[in-house]
Every structure is written in structure tokens, then in C-alpha cells.
Design a protein around this ligand. Structure first.
Ligand code: NDP
Length: 483
């Protein structure tokens, strides 16, 4: 019998009003239930919002360094429980152990970082035009905020929303993704044991379309930070904007890597393959289009196919290169795109099948997939697949490559592989993307610099992470103090 986990509201672990639970299964072994979580309703979310709203003034009045000390302690506790958190993450989300280890470490570092940042909060003094006047700004928390997070980075994304929100003095309610709520639960256990006051942070599990609705619409919610699909994010942004609530949505991507003839082709293929097949392609920043100069197109296809075929696939706990898809529906969606690619006339070079038999039999495994002869107007080149599927597109020259790279509704991450500085600089200047990288894969972020997308990848209101991560959760008051 698998363990049953509860919501965290007012500092207590509580069941949902309905008394119902849902199962979270292991994507590597789908007949294994990893845990049971509360199937919460709108009423549960509203209850948590009321609790968080009541706790807000006291938390906002708590000195920044004191708030920061709680965050730091929570991060330290997570560090003590790192192995357990890695295992929970792998068993629910499916990614390879070392990828999960990196992600848990990222969450630890994020708590340490914003724990320290809570000391540095303040405002700025300016010279006033009037005599005997102090003119300055002070930062204040937004108030009570709703956080909605996806399954693909189930500990890093909750951490990079929770930590800055709490550092600034907001109270929060989080609805983690149904497919992988376990890592968020562990974060809450760490916050609880670090002495976070009751009601300051609350976790309500259950279907996003039910629990998420009050987190967006309720009158007492002052801000919503969402990461997930563009469809859901767009709906949330429109709803929140109509209520004049502050909103930040980070959404999908269709991320290109441009490969120029000056590049070392083997290195380029490795960069692209790592970006495309790492985390089973289930990263918002995953490389899904390789845009390759015609002079090296055919050789690049050969090289990248070799990398794809060498990917070691298996259960995340065995630390392969690539684990399974998170769910049957994600697997089916990837296979559907393989059919679409074939029907559109792209050449399937490798992969495109579900892996079955032996250790693969009960998991959601798909082979790393490479399509060549892809034109940029095909659906496989325009729509986010969110699986290990790479489309290789031929470009006539550098200008053509940039045009193709930008010819998408998305604009999250992009990279170029080149040995020429002029191309690297021109790429950085001209690419329509929130993250631009040179000679690096599109995935992988640092925690102390802003992250966010252009175009349909983001509401492009506020960035996350680094100092920018604090801005979203902060209001600025300008004070004129005459004496
Ligand atoms: P979804 O948009 O389906 O879900 C994201 C979260 O929103 C989940 O917690 C989900 O709940 C919840 N949700 C679903 N419907 C609603 C609703 N109507 N109102 C409020 N909340 C709702 O995305 P996925 O979980 O499938 O995540 C993958 C997506 O996330 C990809 O598109 C990916 O690109 C994007 N992503 C973006 C990142 C970025 O920073 N730009 C980073 C990582 C991922 P439930 O789980 O119950 O369905």
C-alpha cells in the first residue's frame, strides 16, 4: 500500500474536503503507485487563500533577515534530505538520477540565494527637488500570491517561485502539477521544520483546472506566477489581467540551435543531442530544431543520428542518459507528432517508436528521434512536442538561419555553434529569444540571472530568478518625507 500524503494548510497536514485522493505512478514502472495525494476542490483552495491572507501582515512585518534565516534553514534541511528528494523526483517524474540530483541541488542553492537576498531588500534614496525632504522608495510584498507549477522540473520551479515570494514577505498558496507533487511536498516539510510560521506557505494538490482557478480569480490573490503550457498560461494571463492582478506566465518553447560550417561538427552534434534528448526532451528550453548550414547539413545529420542511437535509455534510478516520458499521455503525444512528421514528408532518420519488452515493458519509453528534410512550416517544426524529437532544417546561409530560427511563435532559448565571433555576436543581437547561448546547448540555466521568454513563450511582464525574481513579488512605494 503506497503512502498517502496531505495538503499543507495553516502549518498542518490536512485532507481535502472531498476525502478523495489521486494516484501518482512511476513512469518507469507504471503499475507501481508512488504515492496518493489529495484531490482538492475549489473550496480547499479558497480555504488556503483565506489562511494565507490572514498570515500576510505578520509575515510582511517580520524582519527580512529573519525571513531569510527560515529560507536558509529550509535549504539546509533539504540538503540533509537530498537523496530522498532525488528518489522522490525520479520516481514521479522519471528523469535520470544525475539530472534529478542537479535539480535538487538547484533547489537547495535557490533557497540559500534568496535567504541571503532577504537581507538586501530595501529601496533607494534620491535627491529631492524640495528642501527638507527625504525622497526614497521602499519595497513591499505584493500580498498573497498563487503559484502554479508544471511537472517537468518539479522541485526547481516550485523553489524558484516560493523562495523569492517568501523572501519579500508574501504569503503563498501553491498548486504543484498533478503528475509529480512529491518534491513540492518535501520542500514544504523542510519549510515546516525550518520554523516557517503557520499559514505563510500553503500547498494544495489536485487538478489544476479546479484548484488553480481560485488561485487566479479570488479577490484576495494579488499576484499569480505560472509555469506551464502556452494554452493554460494564456488563459491565466487573460483572466488575471481582467482582474488587474499582477501576473507572470512562463510557457512553452520551440528552441533552435543554429549550426554553422565553422563549427566542429562532432561538438555541434553533441551539443544539439544533449539539448534535444536530455530530460527526455521535456524541458521548456529543449532543443527541438537544429538549423544547419547547407555545407554541413548531411554530415551533421549523420553525426546527430549517431548520438541519438547511442543514448542509453532506462529507468531514471539506474541513471541512464535518458529516462521515460512522465506519462502515457505525454508518450502518446510524442508518437502522434512522429506520425504527423511522416505525413508531412519529413524523413525519419532514427527513433520514432515506443520501446517495449524487458525493462521497457511497463514504462513510457520512446527512442530518441531525428527527422531530416524538415521545412520550417511543418507542424513538427512549429509546435512544441515536449519529447525527444529533433527536426533538422537546412539553411542557405547565416541570414537564412536567423530568419528560420525566428520564424516561430515561441522565443524562449536559442543557441548557435560557430567558431566565428562575428556570427556569434550577430546571433545574440538578432535572435528573438529570452535566452541566447553561444557554443552551448539550449537547456541549462544559472539561478542568479533573469530567465524568461519572448513572444508566446512568456507574458514578458517580469522575469524569474536572480534579482528579477524578486521584482515580480514586490511593490514599490515612493515616499516624500518632509521635515
Ligand atoms: P500545463 O499547462 O498543462 O500545466 C501546468 C500547471 O498548470 C499544472 O500544475 C496544471 O495542473 C495547471 N493547470 C492546468 N490547467 C489549469 C487551469 N485551467 N488553471 C490553472 N492551472 C491549471 O503544463 P504541463 O504541466 O504539461 O507542463 C509542461 C509545459 O510547461 C510545457 O509547455 C513547457 O514548455 C512548460 N514549461 C515552461 C517553462 C518556462 O519556464 N518557460 C519551464 C518548464 C515548463 P495539473 O497538473 O493538475 O494539470
Amino acid at each position: 500500500m503506497s503512502e498517502s500524503y496531505k495538503n499543507y494548510v495553516r502549518g498542518e497536514w490536512v485532507t481535502a474536503e472531498s476525502g478523495e485522493t489521486f494516484e501518482v505512478i512511476d513512469p518507469a514502472q507504471s503499475d507501481e503507485v508512488v504515492g496518493m495525494y489529495q484531490q482538492s476542490s475549489e473550496a480547499d483552495a479558497i480555504g488556503a487563500i483565506e489562511v494565507a491572507t490572514a498570515a500576510q501582515d505578520t509575515w510582511a512585518a517580520t524582519p527580512g533577515p529573519e525571513r531569510g534565516a527560515v529560507l536558509k534553514q529550509a535549504g539546509d534541511t533539504l540538503a540533509d534530505r537530498k537523496e530522498e528528494a532525488i528518489e522522490a523526483l525520479v520516481r514521479e517524474e522519471g528523469k535520470a538520477r544525475s539530472e534529478a540530483a542537479g535539480e535538487v541541488q538547484r533547489a537547495i542553492d535557490i533557497f540559500a540565494y534568496y535567504g541571503q537576498k532577504a537581507r538586501d531588500l530595501g529601496g533607494r534614496h534620491k535627491a529631492s527637488s524640495s528642501r527638507n525632504t527625504d525622497l526614497y522608495t521602499k519595497v513591499e510584498p505584493l500580498g498573497t500570491v498563487g503559484l502554479i507549477t508544471p511537472w517537468n522540473y518539479p522541485i526547481a520551479i516550485p523553489a524558484w517561485k516560493l523562495a523569492p515570494a517568501l523572501a519579500v514577505g508574501n504569503t503563498v498558496i501553491i498548486n504543484p502539477a498533478t503528475a509529480a507533487p512529491g518534491p513540492t511536498r518535501i520542500l514544504f516539510e523542510c519549510l515546516d521544520s525550518a520554523g516557517l510560521p503557520d499559514g505563510v506557505a500553503n500547498m494544495v494538490t489536485g487538478s489544476g483546472s479546479r484548484v488553480g482557478t481560485p488561485l487566479v480569480e479570488h479577490d484576495d490573490i494579488d499576484g499569480i506566477s505560472f509555469t506551464g503550457s502556452t494554452a493554460v498560461g494564456t488563459h491565466i494571463a487573460e483572466t488575471a489581467a481582467a482582474e488587474r492582478k499582477r501576473v507572470q506566465c512562463e510557457m512553452g518553447g520551440k528552441n533552435p540551435t543554429v549550426v554553422m560550417p565553422s563549427a566542429d561538427l562532432d561538438e555541434a552534434a553533441e551539443i544539439v543531442a544533449n539539448g534535444a534528448f536530455g530530460t527526455t526532451g521535456q524541458s521548456c528550453t529543449a532543443a527541438s530544431r537544429a538549423i544547419v548550414h547547407e555545407d554541413v547539413y548531411e554530415s551533421f545529420v549523420e553525426e546527430v543520428v549517431e548520438y541519438a542511437e547511442a543514448v542509453d535509455i532506462g529507468a531514471g534510478l539506474d541513471d541512464p542518459d535518458m529516462g521515460p516520458h512522465v506519462s502515457k499521455s505525454e508518450l502518446d503525444s510524442t508518437l502522434e507528432y512522429v506520425d504527423i512528421g511522416r505525413e508531412e514528408g519529413a524523413t525519419l532518420e532514427t527513433g520514432g517508436i515506443r520501446l517495449t519488452g524487458n525493462e521497457f515493458e511497463d514504462g513510457f519509453y520512446v527512442a530518441p528521434t531525428v527527422f531530416s528534410d524538415v521545412s520550417n512550416d511543418m507542424r513538427i517544426a512549429q509546435e512544441e512536442i515536449f519529447g525527444p524529437v529533433l527536426s533538422v532544417i537546412e539553411a542557405g546561409d547565416f541570414d537564412d538561419a536567423i530568419e528560420l530560427a525566428n520564424d516561430t511563435d515561441y522565443g524562449l532559448a536559442a543557441s548557435i555553434v560557430t567558431d566565428r565571433l562575428s556570427e556569434a555576436d550577430a546571433f545574440v543581437d538578432r535572435i528573438e529569444s529570452g535566452v541566447a547561448k553561444v557554443n552551448e546547448k539550449t537547456t541549462g540555466l544559472e539561478l542568479h540571472v533573469p530567465f524568461g521568454g519572448y513572444k508566446d513563450s512568456s507574458t514578458n511582464t517580469y522575469r524569474e530568478q536572480g534579482d528579477a525574481g524578486l521584482d515580480f513579488f514586490t511593490s514599490t512605494k515612493t515616499v516624500y518625507r518632509n521635515y
